[in-house]
Design a protein around this ligand. Structure first.
Ligand SMILES: Nc1ncnc2c1ncn2[C@@H]1O[C@H](COP(=O)(O)OP(=O)(O)OP(=O)(O)O)[C@@H](O)[C@H]1O
Ligand code: SF4
Ligand SMILES: [Mg+2]
Length: 322
């Protein structure tokens, strides 16, 4: 099942039936963190991924980066399955796919000056001489809005926003094609969030990057993404062009998420979800959302709705979505 792209030649990343489970605690079943997820990302676009805490967003990221081992499915990058890659092919592909994480402080080595952190990937790949590496680090620093003379400083001497800029420069050092940003501004002060988001948008344009962008904040995702996927309990439940998704959500869970965005409720009731998300070690039969869904009927317990295309590029997994 391909969620939403018709022209295959355009596709940079193609995730097909991805399943990544973690070992559960003794006595409980496996944690079905990502449970049969398929989506595609076109070259040059930003694909946003949203959903409540624990729904599996970071596990999708970790699976693509091979930091978590998927046990089923494929992740094709430029047509080749990353999950089956070894050796040199894997190393080369790793240079093409870079990530920016939520907590810049935790992801920067406190003992390394910023310039060395930015140039680390160039050292590992053995690409440039020392002098050329320093020149490239200075170029990258300017690109992300830092001054080259700041490169001798250590991470703790920078603000949170500046630390995230270092993380972004490091991600760009090997001239990647695809950048995954997993909650890149959630740990930052609200006042600097939009600066970092604007930087990401600007870099995308200048460097023809493709983004997978993950955030809790739905308005941030809407602002940056061309298309958005909504996850619930390890599954994608809706995929649509951003504007369409926000104006016309078809799956009740998405409806509830969007109704909770301040300023989005004009003429719409806020839908307050009752109950907890079920445990991913004990996924309900039928529709995973049914324990919280106000539209549930008996068929929802009997069969799991699959993503269906309901209008151009708009896919939803609900028996009653039309
Ligand atoms: N290493 C692990 N071992 C066991 N379970 C894990 C592990 N990592 C994540 N999980 C579980 O897998 C599920 C998905 O976690 P994941 O981190 O992918 O969610 P997320 O959508 O990124 O959440 P958040 O928005 O809080 O970052 C959660 O139930 C989580 O508790
Ligand atoms: S399939 Fe049923 S339970 Fe699931 S979202 Fe649709 S109405 Fe709700
Ligand atoms: Mg996460």
């Amino acid at each position: 099942m391909l969620a939403a792209v018709s022209d295959a030649s355009d596709v940079l990343l193609d995730v097909e039936h991805l399943k990544t489970y973690y070992a559960g605690r003794r006595g409980s079943g496996a944690v079905r963190a990502v449970d049969d997820v398929s989506f595609q990302i076109r070259r040059g676009e930003t694909f946003g991924l949203v959903g409540e805490s624990g729904c599996g967003k970071s596990t999708v990221v970790r699976s693509i980066l091979r930091l978590a081992s998927a046990h089923a499915g494929e992740v094709r990058f430029e047509g080749r399955d990353i999950l089956a890659m070894r050796g040199r092919e894997l190393r080369r592909t790793r240079a093409d796919i870079q990530a920016i994480f939520q907590d810049p402080r935790a992801s920067l080595d406190p003992r390394m000056p910023a310039g060395d952190i930015i140039a680390e990937g160039l050292v590992v790949q053995g690409k440039l001489s020392g002098k050329d590496r320093r020149a490239r680090a200075a170029e990258l620093a300017e690109m992300v809005g830092l001054r080259p003379d700041q490169l001798r400083r250590y991470p703790h001497e920078f603000s949170g926003g500046q630390q995230q800029r270092i993380g972004i420069a490091r991600a760009l050092a090997l001239r990647p094609k695809f950048v995954i940003a997993d909650e890149p501004v959630s740990a930052l002060d609200v006042s600097v969030q939009s600066q970092v988001l604007n930087l990401l948008t600007d870099l995308q344009r200048r460097l023809s990057l493709t983004y997978l962008f993950i955030a809790h904040d739905l308005s941030v995702v809407e602002y940056l993404s061309e298309r958005v996927g909504v996850m619930y309990l390890g599954r994608l439940v809706e995929v649509a062009p951003a504007r369409e998704l926000y104006e016309n959500p078809l799956m009740p869970y998405t409806e509830a998420l969007i109704s909770a965005i301040p300023g989005r409720r004009a003429g719409r009731e806020r839908i307050v979800l009752r109950g907890e998300v079920p445990s991913p070690t004990n996924v309900p039969d039928g529709c995973r959302f049914r324990s919280r869904c106000w539209k549930a009927e008996s068929i929802c317990a009997e069969s799991e709705p699959q993503l269906r295309q309901l209008s151009d590029g708009h896919w939803a997994a609900c028996h009653f979505a039309a």
